[in-house]
Design a protein around this ligand. Structure first.
Ligand SMILES: *[C@@H]1O[C@H](CO)[C@@H](O)[C@H](O)[C@H]1NC(C)=O
Ligand SMILES: *[C@@H]1O[C@H](CO)[C@@H](O)[C@H](O)[C@H]1NC(C)=O
Ligand SMILES: *[C@@H]1O[C@H](CO)[C@@H](O)[C@H](O)[C@H]1NC(C)=O
Length: 466
């Protein structure tokens, strides 16, 4: 690789006026309280990156000891905990894979986890617990009776979705009772977060046999959480359908939704590769432009998948500049800040990217005003190598601007023309859809750039060897 990629994140405050003439009108995008009552995306850690890429983290086992060796780092590292990284989220494999309990409820694999004791350990440290589920009841449980009913699971669930489970008939009231029984048991264990995977429409190229529409599962989990009396987040996955019909279901039932497929490198000795990050960023661009055409007030956070910025380049799989670029975009989007890195070997850059007070202030801002694309020279929202984004402005006139050089198209971004060598990226207030004078602060450099009345510019070298 002979290129570096950089982005700068600038926060600006000042007077602003929405322009009607030059570029397209800027419609400020906002996120309001989510269906389960949250006003920011979750921050924490999830086990999937290490489970899928075990060579990154020698000695890790996916069991209670291994998970605590990671999550205790969140509790013991004041900077991480103070920045709000409190979720310890288990991915696939924590529960028994082929059957439930006598009522068909999901149970933990007691050979590797004791979930109530894990929850109390985490809660005592000020952390929260996340678990992972997929749609349907177990085929092996079809003869069992749903708790509190006389309904056999097999009378409301049939077929085979390829995950050892049958497909629910969501029009049957007993199906909600099954979800209530599962979530009430989670609540009694102390669960705070549910990742619901393999939801359709979405979850493409899954290699299993998913039904075309399992959106009823998202509604059922939301209702089950509401009746449980416990605060829990619902995160749904993956690459969910963005049509208005389904987006309305997602944003009225879930708190965050995956905007792309998995980004980790399967089985490699590194976590992620740049071209796949490029794809994830472009999927966010497609997502935000699609859903804000329905309504610029959203009630769901984007989940761009786990953040792989914590470890050195040799383990993360992306350069230090790219690590910063990843963090910049996850921050800008108001996306889930769920780290997938090995927390036991964070380097100084990783810790700074995750906990830098300026960066966390940006996350707090974009939790209400997520970024949208407004490109240099046009103000348009298309995919380009040299791209710009704006979040806000809010009512006080504060905005976040990101200007990025993604490097040449590596097959995922659809940039068209690829530039190389020194490139100046300039974005005018006109391009961004604002005007007036802003006091500009470079977030990562923590440097005041002074008052600007026309725009931002930055030179990024694409020929620098890595
Ligand atoms: C987790 O796995 C490690 C390595 O196999 C083992 O030493 C440890 O006892 C296991 N812990 C639990 C709780 O299963
Ligand atoms: C846009 O979304 C907000 C928040 O959900 C809602 O209150 C408002 O009615 C919606 N507007 C339209 C035009 O649908
Ligand atoms: C902002 O744009 C409007 C509309 O083009 C213009 O009338 C106004 O003078 C501009 N204000 C500043 C401070 O540039």
């Amino acid at each position: 690789m002979m290129i570096s990629r950089y982005s700068i994140l600038a926060a600006a405050t000042g007077a602003w006026v929405i322009l009607a003439a030059a570029g397209p009108v800027l419609e400020v995008v906002q996120i309001e309280t989510t269906p389960n009552g949250f006003t920011s995306s979750p921050r924490g850690w999830n086990s999937f990156g290490i489970q899928a890429n075990p060579n990154t983290t020698p000695g890790f086992s996916f069991n209670q000891t291994g998970v605590l060796s990671q999550c205790d780092v969140l509790a013991k590292t004041t900077a991480l905990k103070d920045a709000g990284y409190i979720y310890c989220s288990l991915d696939s494999g924590w529960s028994v894979g082929g059957n439930g309990d006598e009522f068909g409820r999901i149970i933990y694999d007691s050979s590797i986890f004791d979930i109530p004791s894990l929850a109390s350990h985490l809660h005592a440290e000020g952390l929260l617990l996340g678990v992972y589920v997929v749609p349907g009841a177990f085929i092996a449980d079809e003869a069992k009776t749903i708790l509190g009913t006389n309904v056999a699971i097999g009378s409301v669930c049939s077929g085979d979705n390829g995950l050892a489970r049958c497909n629910f008939d969501y029009s049957q009231p007993a199906v909600q009772e099954w979800h209530n029984s599962v979530v009430n048991q989670f609540a009694s264990w102390g669960v705070d977060f549910i990742k619901l995977d393999f939801i359709t429409p979405g979850s493409p190229a899954n290699g299993v046999n998913l039904p075309p529409d399992s959106s009823g599962e998202v509604i059922a989990y939301h209702q089950a959480i509401a009746q449980s009396g416990r605060d829990m987040r619902l995160d749904i996955s993956w690459k969910l359908d963005r049509s208005q019909k389904y987006f309305d279901i997602w944003e009225t039932n879930a708190d965050s939704m995956r905007t792309d497929q998995d980004i980790n490198n399967g089985g490699a000795s590194t976590f992620v590769s740049w071209e796949v990050v490029q794809r994830a960023i472009d999927n966010y661009r497609q997502y935000i432009t699609t859903v804000t055409a329905y309504n610029t007030t959203l009630t769901i956070y984007p989940d761009m998948d786990n953040l792989f910025v914590g470890n050195p380049a040799s383990v993360s799989g992306v350069t230090d500049d790219e690590r910063q670029t990843i963090m910049t975009h996850w921050l800008g989007a108001g996306a889930n800040l769920i780290v997938g890195s090995d927390l036991t070997s964070l380097d100084g850059l990783g810790l700074n990217l995750l906990t830098n007070p300026n960066a966390i202030a940006i996350a707090d801002f974009t939790a209400h005003y997520p970024m949208q694309p407004r490109n240099p020279g046009s103000g348009l929202a298309n995919s380009q190598q040299l791209q710009a984004w704006i979040a806000g402005p809010d009512a006080s006139g504060a905005a976040v601007v990101i200007i990025a050089n993604y490097g040449p198209d590596e097959g995922q971004g659809g940039f068209g023309t690829s530039l190389s060598g020194m490139q100046t990226i300039s974005v005018s207030w006109d391009d961004l859809g604002i005007n007036g004078t802003f006091d500009v602060h470079d977030v990562w450099a923590d440097k005041d750039l002074g008052a600007e009345s026309s725009g931002l510019s930055d030179v990024r070298d694409l020929s620098k060897a890595e």
